[in-house]
Design a protein around this ligand. Sequence first.
Ligand SMILES: C[S@@+](CC[C@H](N)C(=O)[O-])C[C@H]1O[C@@H](n2cnc3c(N)ncnc32)[C@H](O)[C@@H]1O
Length: 208
Amino acid sequence: MSTKTHWENAWKSADPGAKSWFQDEAVRSLEMIEDAAIAHDEAIIDVGGGASVLVDALLQRGFANLSVLDISQAALTCAQQRLDDRGLGDQGAAVRWLCADATDWQPAHPFRLWHDRAVFHFLTDAEDRAHYLAIAEKAIVPGGQLIMATFAEDGPQKCSGLPVQRYNAAMLAAAMGAGFHLVEEDREEHLTPGGIVQKFQYCRFVRL
Ligand SMILES: C[S@@+](CC[C@H](N)C(=O)[O-])C[C@H]1O[C@@H](n2cnc3c(N)ncnc32)[C@H](O)[C@@H]1O
């Protein structure tokens, strides 16, 4: 089954709030975005954003230049519907909703901040990681930032039934390569809707 088919099926098959990665609020991501000190009009992208509520929180904080990319159209539609339901439909309409594979797309403009929670860790193939990072390196302006959250070294071995690559901060810094400098790292114990603790590694990098 292709990656796209897997994720379209995953998003069509159950309530978004029941997904293991679901968060009521993207607390750690928002803290790191605050630490990144991005101006409200600078371009931010949530790569593999799915139906995450991060976009709602960024809109509510006044960020106005937002893109959400996901391989699943069903996920993006779900996020857009939620924004409508919350009375944020007008702001949601101004978000760029990009249905694309993070390893194979062409950004239309540069970004000041790139956020990825629980997407890069699915790239268990070195070639896919290289493609993803080549796009990120080109798309993030020098001095721009990249926040990446993956399953930690002692986190789960699978997510959504797919194998993942787990990282600690040093491993993630090595994976990012010479184009990125690690400036902040933290771990999080995410409690899934099913009551299971999943250990995440968060890292913030500056694009050199
Ligand atoms: C575990 S979910 C995380 C969703 C969101 N980042 C969050 O924290 O709630 C992974 C997301 O990445 C998307 N995804 C998986 N592989 C992808 C790829 N190659 N390109 C773009 N999106 C991808 C999936 O559709 C899904 O929405």
